[in-house]
Design a protein around this ligand. Sequence first.
Ligand code: ATP
Ligand code: MG
Length: 405
Amino acid sequence: MNITKLEDIFNLALQSRIFLNREFLLPDYVPEELPHRDKQIMKLGSILAPALANSRPQNVFIYGLTGTGKTAVTRYVLRKMLEKDDKKIAFSYINCRMNDTNYRVLVDLIKSLGKQVPFTGLSTAEVLNRFTEYLDRKNRIMIVVLDEVDYLVKKSGDNILYHLTRLNSILKKSKLSIIGITNDLNFISYLDSRVKSSLCERELIFPPYTTQELEDILIRRAEKALRKEAIGNGVISLCAAIAAKQNGDCRLALDLLLKSAEIAEEEGLSKITEDIVRRAQREIERDLVIDLVKSMPFHLKMILFSIYLLKERGDKRITTGDVYDFYKKLGNKLGIDIVTHRRVSDIISELDTLGIVNSKIVSLGRYGRTKIINLSASKKSIIMGLREDNYFTTIIDEILKTNYR
Ligand SMILES: Nc1ncnc2c1ncn2[C@@H]1O[C@H](COP(=O)(O)OP(=O)(O)OP(=O)(O)O)[C@@H](O)[C@H]1O
Ligand SMILES: [Mg+2]
């Protein structure tokens, strides 16, 4: 290893021309102030405040699109409450994307009471009993946050929610309140009506941020994260404007600024420019597409690959029938079972919803109507995503060797 080079890297990090402290732009950092969320902070605070006086707060259901500050605001309010009182109240914050089974949620709840249960082996009913018992012994108000709760319900049903919302009738000394958070606006429709009415005792909506609001937020976070002289003209406004178009997503706004700063830093520049922001935007989009394609089920990948190859071959007007025929041929060649024409059509709609392809219905006069399909994501990112799957890497290499292009 080249020691001088390594030294250079370390020194560069120590005397960055761009960053003061990049931590302030990281997604997990909960800032000391959350501009434009006063209303939500005050409302959540006033719903939870009774806990400080020993009475059970109502359950709250929080919803809004991604990046609108739901997690940040909730953690902020809990932190402030904890500073005020850590004796009467027990808190538990659970991200249900990581803990998407009833068992794991209960294990986490028990852990936050300072107790332990084995990770496997007990029945869920038994773990629920133990949790109830431990909690009652504590003699506390417990506030449980189930963040991204839609993951739990989609994977494991709403059973645990049902039991948790009913627990107060069993508890003698303690009380439990639940804060459910989701960005899936259809989530409520998956719930049993009894669970729905108890979880939604109170509701809190997080609207998307406007460009101006995102700009304010970015300015405050950039003040701590970046050198003032490193932020070029229009850079913050551009990050805000791009993110405002994407449903006012603050995470995207911060990502853009961070990525732009990283590009400038890596290239040894002293200023972030609007051009760099646009490059960062392309990189973020590319990464999103790669992740999305990578995690798709097999036949989605097959159909996407078929559309890709048809495009590569130079076809201009690709219909659902063309995709089906091509996919069928490909499937036969590879010796795999294929799905029906109907299913292919549904998959194309799914790919459209995901923003990877776009399909437009056009009229064929007296021959009826058909869908014309195009790729919306870049071909390069699609192939990079497919190549993350070993099986597809082999297929791609094989097909590209033949004259399928
Ligand atoms: N008002 C604000 N001021 C400063 N930073 C904010 C504000 N709102 C959100 N953020 C930041 O934006 C990012 C996304 O916010 P958050 O994680 O709270 O979104 P979310 O609504 O929970 O999204 P998701 O539904 O995807 O979980 C976080 O890094 C958060 O710190
Ligand atoms: Mg969140």
